[in-house]
Every structure is written in structure tokens, then in C-alpha cells.
Write a protein that binds this ligand. Structure first.
Ligand SMILES: CC(C)(COP(=O)(O)OP(=O)(O)OC[C@H]1O[C@@H](n2cnc3c(N)ncnc32)[C@H](O)[C@@H]1OP(=O)(O)O)[C@@H](O)C(=O)NCCC(=O)NCCS
Length: 153
């Protein structure tokens, strides 16, 4: 498995991984309306457009996209791994990469708007809960804002 930068040709596959995750995993924590709205939001063209204002990484195995994560300023967004291969370390490798980039860019801390189900994943990596953020867009997801210090005081 390799973590590399997103290319425009990945957009469809990234969108597929995100949408499958939403429909198969995140659906356990959020309403159908929220899941539908998020699926509608993560189109291949929206992902390409996002790639203009953030760094998107993909995890690829034998040329196939199996996960994604991105960094915009000091905030990590859109961390999704193919549901078939959860708990095999792919999410951790993606997070290593985005945290390394944030550190390289001089950020002392990073934030992530965590879904309810991903809370333990981030907690295990040293993220601490800051507060609950209620969705600003109708039918988008409430998230748990979490923060991690990347460098010692
Ligand atoms: C959250 C997510 C990215 C984690 O990816 P992953 O590849 O399964 O994670 P890893 O295998 O690297 O997990 C590392 C550790 O985090 C913890 N962890 C991961 N998923 C967990 C879960 N669902 N419940 C509790 N702990 C979890 C475990 O301690 C795990 O180590 P272990 O398997 O040895 O016990 C993945 O579950 C996912 O795509 N979820 C749906 C989308 C989502 O909610 N994304 C977050 C948006 S903010």
C-alpha cells in the first residue's frame, strides 16, 4: 500500500470510497437525510474542486484507491477508508501523512471535525475533544471538534 498525492483521475474512485463508507458505516451514526446530503456533496467534481484549496492524499493498493485524507490549513478533513479493509492500519498511515505535512508547514496543533464513529480512532492517536460543532449547512453532519498537539511545548 502506498500513500500518495491525489490526481484528478482519482476523483471518481475517491468519491466511490467516500460514498460507500457513508452508506455502509457512517449511516450507523447519522440520519438517512444527512447521509444522502453528504453523498450528494462528495461528487468527483467537488473533490477536484476541493483539491485546489487543500492537499488531498490517497491510499492506493495495486493502483486501486482504498482511502483518502486531506489537510486544509491546520484542519484535517475527509478521512475515509474502504469499509472492506477497516482496522488494518490504512487510516493510521493516512493520518501519519497529513500530520507530517501539517508539522512541516509549521503548525503546532491540528484539528479534525470527527464523525461520532471515528472518535475512538482519533482519541487513540492523541486527539482531545474540544466541542461539538453543529452543522452549518442543512442536513450536514454534527461533528466533534478534536485537536492534537504535534510538537512539544
Ligand atoms: C475512521 C476510519 C478512517 C479509520 O480507518 P482504519 O483504517 O479502519 O483505522 P486503523 O486500522 O488505522 O485504526 C487504528 C486504531 O484506531 C482505533 N479504531 C479505528 N476504528 C475504530 C472504531 N471503529 N472503533 C474503535 N476504535 C477504532 C483502534 O484502536 C485501531 O487499532 P486496532 O484496530 O489495532 O484496535 C475508518 O473507520 C472510516 O473510514 N470510517 C468511516 C468514515 C469516517 O467516519 N471518517 C472520519 C470522518 S471525520
Amino acid at each position: 500500500m502506498r500513500i500518495r498525492k491525489f490526481k484528478k483521475e482519482d476523483a471518481k474512485n475517491v468519491s466511490n470510497v467516500i460514498r460507500r463508507c457513508l452508506k455502509e458505516v457512517v449511516i450507523k451514526e447519522y440520519s438517512e437525510k444527512v447521509i444522502k446530503s453528504l453523498c450528494d456533496f462528495f461528487t468527483p467534481s467537488a473533490i477536484i474542486s476541493n483539491s485546489n484549496n487543500r492537499v488531498i492524499f490517497v491510499a492506493a493498493e495495486k493502483g486501486k484507491v482504498i482511502g483518502t485524507a486531506s489537510l486544509k490549513g491546520d484542519t484535517i478533513f475527509t478521512v475515509f477508508v474502504d469499509p472492506k479493509i477497516h482496522r488494518k492500519g490504512v487510516g493510521s498511515k493516512l493520518m501519519d501523512k497529513v500530520e507530517e505535512l501539517a508539522k512541516k508547514r509549521g503548525y503546532k496543533t491540528v484539528k479534525v471535525p470527527s464523525s461520532f464513529g471515528a472518535f475512538e480512532f482519533y482519541k487513540r492517536r492523541g486527539y482531545k475533544k474540544v466541542k461539538i460543532n453543529h452543522a452549518k449547512v442543512k442536513n450536514h453532519a454534527d461533528t466533534i471538534e478534536m485537536k492534537k498537539r504535534l510538537v512539544k511545548y
